[in-house]
Design a protein around this ligand. Structure first.
Ligand code: C5P
Length: 231
């Protein structure tokens, strides 16, 4: 039996497009998806997306939409105009919001955020969610599965649970990745972390890596090592 392939998404969390462009140049030719999030997009907008597309890459637009259904539907329509591969939205925005987004005919893949990987049990319990992290992820994943999401974003620690329950219907995307050994970049604000190999073994279809690549002395070497690890 062949193992399903895990793909690598590199987070282009650079301060400006200049640094993003130089990273894209360094990583040119490697089989990657690029994640453009709120920091780069707020400053540089669609130019950042174009920079990836010009090099033939795919973009995961990680703007984590969370708003009333009509606004999110329009945001997804705008993302479709940009030609991105996928966009993220918070599943806690609810079923109606998700259905509005999923109802767009020509749209990117919709990846639903469950519980951010920067939460631990204690900080999560202070947000007002009544149940723990695992139960909340499971409830939110059910909203995703039942209302048109194409993927679920969760920590690698919950990937196996989501994969087991919804793996046939939904792709699993896991940030919170820290390569083992020296140069792991530290956990910083990420709390629920695993190595790339562990996340792949847990069933992640995509892993998202930011700082361990961005802060590496040789980003292309780091990416190549991670790619080897997940295949
Ligand atoms: O630098 P690091 O590898 O921690 O970056 C992880 C990236 O994944 C960041 O861009 C962050 O915004 C994003 N992300 C996350 N947790 C989620 C969803 C996205 O860390 N649940």
């Amino acid at each position: 039996m062949t193992m399903p392939r895990t793909e690598l998404i590199v987070a282009l969390d650079t301060p400006t497009l200049r640094e993003a462009a130089s990273l894209l140049k360094e990583l040119d030719g490697l089989p990657l998806i690029y994640k453009i999030g709120s920091s780069l997009f707020t400053l540089e907008g669609p130019k950042a997306v174009e920079a990836v597309h010009k090099r033939g890459g795919r973009v995961f637009l990680d703007l984590k939409f969370h708003d009333i259904p009509n606004t999110v539907r329009n945001a997804v329509r705008s993302a479709a105009e940009l030609g991105v591969y996928s966009v993220s939205l918070h599943l806690s925005g609810g079923e109606e919001m998700l259905r509005a987004a999923a109802g767009e005919k020509k749209r990117p893949l919709l990846w639903g955020i469950t519980v951010l990987t920067s939460f631990d049990r204690r900080s999560f319990s202070r947000t007002g969610f009544r149940h723990g992290i695992e139960r909340t992820i499971s409830d939110l994943a059910a909203i995703g599965a039942g209302n048109g999401a194409d993927g679920i974003v969760c920590s690698p620690k919950e990937a196996a649970l989501v994969k087991e329950r919804y793996g046939r219907k939904l792709r699993v995307i896991t940030p919170g990745i820290r390569p083992a050994g020296p140069g792991d970049g530290g956990k910083e604000d990420q709390k629920r972390v695993m190595t790339p190999a562990q996340a792949a073994a847990a069933g992640a279809d995509f892993i998202v890596v930011g700082r361990p690549v961005l802060q590496a002395a040789d980003p292309a070497e780091t990416v190549t090592r991670i790619l080897k690890e997940i295949r």
